[in-house]
Design a protein around this ligand. Structure first.
Ligand code: GDP
Ligand code: MG
Length: 370
C-alpha cells in the first residue's frame, strides 16, 4: 500500500501539519508529522478536511512518456556507444585520450575538446563512434542497476605486457551479463615485452574467443601512448556496430540517458545527456528523472553551441530546474504542465521514500504508529 507522511499530506492539502496531527488524534491515530500513515487513513483525513481525494498512481502520471513506437521505415543506422573497461593501469584513460585526439573533425579552439562525460570520434569514413568518457566498471554497473543501458559495445583494454588480470575478468563478466559485445584493445604494443599472443590465449580461458582462434571477438593491437592502431580500433567498432545493426529514428522526439550532471555556478544545472533516439532540440520541454525544463541551450562535445542533437550524440543541456542523476532517463514531452506534473510527482515520491527510509532507520514501524 502507498504510505505518506503526515507532513506531506498536510502540504498537499495546504494545511498546517499540526492540524493533521490533531485530526488523526481525534480518530485515535497517534502520529507525529514525520511519521507515515497508509493511504486509507490519509483518505479519511482528507475527507475530514472536506477536500477531495485523488489517488494518483505511477501509471497515471508517467504513462505516455515512453509511448512512442518507431515504425521500421523510420529507422536509420546510428553510431555505436562504447564504454572502455579493463584492469587498472592497463591504459583506459590513456586510450580515451588517444581516441578523442584522433578525431579528424577538429573544433575551432585548436581541437581542444572539453570534458562533458562523453564524446564522438569521427575518423572521416564510416560511422562516428560515441565514447562514454568515464572508464571503469562502476559507472557501467550503476547505470545498469538503474535500468539504463547506454552501452552498445565494450572496449576491453588489456595491457600486452601484463595480460588478463582480475579486473579484466570482472569487466568480461559485466559485459556478458549485460549482453554487450566486447572488442579487445591489446594495449601497450610499443613496449618491448608486449606479448599479444599471450593475451589472446588467456582470454580463451574466459570464453572470449578472438578471430585468430576461430571466434568472433575482434582484437586490435594498439598503443595509447604511441598513438598506433587507434584508427584500426575505430574501424573494428564500426564493423561491430554494423553487425549489431544499430538503428534509431532521428525524426521523433528525443529520448536519452543522463551521463553526468552538476550545478554550475554560472550556468545552473548542467547535464550531459546521451541522446539515444530521436533528435533533441533547443526549446524542447524535457523531463530528466525528477527534473524538468525547457532546453535553453545545447553544447556539443567540443564546447560549441548546437541547435539539435540526433541519436548517439552526447550533448550538454542547459535549462533544467535541478540536477538530475546519472542514469536518469530523459524524455521530451508535449507541454510544460505535463513536464511539471511528472517532475513534481517524482520529487514527491523521492521525498516520501527518503522520509520513510529515515523513519525506518529510527526504528519506527507502521505498527508502532497505530
Ligand atoms: P588506467 O588505469 O587503465 O586508466 O591506465 P592509464 O591510462 O592511467 O595508464 C596507466 C599507465 O600506463 C600510465 O603510466 C600510462 O602512461 C601507461 N600507458 C598507457 N597506455 C600505454 C601504452 O600504450 N604504452 C605505454 N608504454 N604505456 C602506456
Ligand atoms: Mg584511469
Amino acid at each position: 500500500p502507498d504510505n505518506i507522511t503526515v507532513q506531506e499530506l498536510a502540504n498537499r492539502m495546504a494545511v498546517r501539519g499540526a492540524e493533521v496531527v490533531k485530526t488523526l488524534m481525534r480518530s485515535g491515530v497517534m502520529a507525529t508529522i514525520n511519521q507515515a500513515i497508509d493511504a486509507d487513513t490519509a483518505e479519511l483525513v482528507v475527507a475530514e478536511f472536506g477536500q477531495k481525494v485523488k489517488r494518483v498512481s505511477d501509471a497515471d502520471v508517467e504513462e505516455g512518456i515512453e509511448g512512442i513506437v518507431d515504425q521500421a521505415g523510420d529507422l536509420r543506422p546510428r553510431a555505436p556507444v562504447v564504454t572502455v573497461m579493463g584492469h587498472v593501469d592497463h591504459g583506459k584513460t590513456s586510450l580515451l585520450d588517444a581516441l578523442r585526439e584522433s578525431n579528424v573533425v577538429k573544433g575551432e579552439a585548436g581541437g581542444i575538446t572539453q570534458h562533458i562525460g562523453a564524446y564522438r570520434v569521427d575518423i572521416g569514413h564510416g560511422m562516428p563512434v560515441a565514447f562514454i568518457d568515464t572508464p571503469g566498471h562502476a559507472a557501467f554497473t550503476s547505470m545498469r542497476a538503474r535500468g539504463a543501458s547506454v552501452t552498445d559495445v565494450v572496449v576491453l583494454v588489456v595491457a600486452a605486457d601484463d595480460g588478463v588480470m582480475p579486473q579484466t575478468v570482472e569487466a568480461i563478466r559485466h559485459a556478458k551479463a549485460a549482453g554487450v559485445p566486447i572488442v579487445v584493445a591489446i594495449n601497450k604494443m610499443d613496449k618491448p615485452e608486449a606479448n599479444p599472443e599471450r593475451v589472446k590465449t588467456e582470454l580463451l580461458n574466459h570464453e572470449v574467443v578472438v578471430e585468430d582462434y576461430g571466434g568472433e571477438v575482434l582484437a586490435v593491437p594498439v598503443s595509447a601512448v604511441a598513438r598506433t592502431g587507434i584508427d584500426k580500433l575505430i574501424e573494428a567498432l564500426q564493423l561491430q556496430a554494423e553487425l549489431l545493426d544499430l538503428k534509431a529514428n532521428p525524426e521523433r522526439d528525443a529520448q536519452g540517458t543522463i551521463v553526468e550532471a552538476e550545478l554550475d555556478r554560472g550556468r545552473g544545472a548542467v547535464a550531459t545527456v546521451l541522446v539515444q533516439n530521436g533528435t533533441l532540440k533547443v526549446g524542447d520541454i524535457v523531463i530528466a528523472g525528477a527534473q524538468w525544463g525547457r532546453v535553453r541551450a545545447l553544447v556539443d562535445d567540443r564546447g560549441a553551441p548546437v541547435e539539435q542533437a540526433g541519436p548517439s550524440t552526447p550533448v550538454e543541456i542547459l535549462g533544467l530546474d535541478g540536477v538530475p542523476e546519472p542514469g536518469d532517463k530523459l524524455w521530451v514531452v508535449d507541454n510544460e504542465k505535463r513536464a511539471r506534473d511528472v517532475a513534481e510527482y517524482r520529487q514527491r515520491k523521492k521525498r516520501e521514500q527518503s522520509q520513510l527510509g529515515a523513519a525506518a532507520a529510527r526504528g519506527t514501524t507502521l505498527e508502532d504508529m497505530f
